[in-house]
Every structure is written in structure tokens, then in C-alpha cells.
Design a protein around this ligand. Sequence first.
Ligand code: CA
Length: 229
Amino acid sequence: MTKTILIVEDEKDILNLIEWHLRAEEYEVVKADDGIKGLELATKNLPDLIVLDLMLPGMDGLNVCKALKKNPKTENIPVVMLTAKGEEVDRIVGLELGADDYMVKPFSPRELTLRVRAILKRFDQKPDASEETRLKYRDLLIDTDSYRVWVREQEISLTVTEFKLLLELLQNKGRVRTRDQLLDRVWGYHFDGYARTVDTHVRRLRQKIGEEYADAIETVRGIGYRFKE
Ligand code: CA
């Protein structure tokens, strides 16, 4: 599928140069030469990526970027910021603004094209991050991206092993996981005598997630564990 790139840049030569290089790579290009138009086009066309100049008439790149990140429709569109030497690169890279990358002028359009492609590829790998990485069971919330867990909005602290154990059980809700399966999936290996390790970790996990959810992890005697439907 053809990707659309929005370029917001008031210097005509640079705008045309970037456009030419992106079109040569078969991207669709939409253009704006000031910040306000750029923001309008971004909201209307929802491009796959935005190349955004910092110093712009109308509204500068920082404010355009802030506005993009505030709008749920545009907040996930990656932004590559263009800056001139000496501009406040630190603030931009500080991700305070949510820009994904930046390039300092004068830059090689070829380099820009490579970065655009790399960023698009990265974003394709995890579409719609916010939803996909979150698992919910009643008031138990797991974020698989950041390895964080909340019970009734209260964050609880789990070790990586406990986290993986919980995730493995929850992802297989309703099905029994044997101790060997859990060792394979959570620890990555298993050998005789290690089944007890699983029991110990399950016990600790139950304590941490609290009574209500501890009961959701059922012991299937002689076999393993099951997260209740
Ligand atoms: Ca400019």
C-alpha cells in the first residue's frame, strides 16, 4: 500500500527536493508551506508520516507538533522534525514534543528518505500500540510493552519472571498450563526438579496481585495452573 508523507516546509527549494526524493521512492506526497495549513492537512488527510520544519510562518513546528500530539486522530503519526543549526534541537529530541526523529539542515535528502522508511517500518510492526499491548481481566490491567501491571488502577511491582508467568497464564485463560509448559515459556528451559520453582513463583505472584486475583489462578493438582475464564 502506498504511504502518504506530508511535508511542511516554507523553503521552496528544500520542499521540492524532499518531494522529488520521496516520490522517487514511490511515496505519495502532500505539501504545505506554513504551519497552519500543515496542521489542517495533517488532520484532514491523516498521512502516514510528517516531515515538519521547525521555523515556519503561521505556526511554528513546535506548536504544530504539540497540536498533532494532542489530537487522538493524529497523535500516532510519526514526525520527523527539520531544524537549522543552532535551533533548539534538545527540546525536540527530548521528546517533550513527541517528534520521532530530527534532521539538521543542510541534510542529505537520501538520508532523510532512509530514515522515513525506517520509521514507517517500525510503526508497521506495531500498529495501534495503545490497544494491542494492553490486556485486561476485570480490574487487572497488564501492559506488555512496558511490563507494568495495575490492580484497580494501583500499580503493583512484579519481577520479570512473575510478569511473564502472569502473562502466560492470562493469555491462555481457561486452559491448563503444565509446569513444564510454563518453564519452557517463562524461563525458556526446563529440566527435572524445576517444577517446584514454578510453584514458588506462582505463590509469590498470588501474594502480589491480591486475594481476588490470586483465586483466579487455579491449581490443577498434579498438572499445573489455569487462569479462570
Ligand atoms: Ca523554515
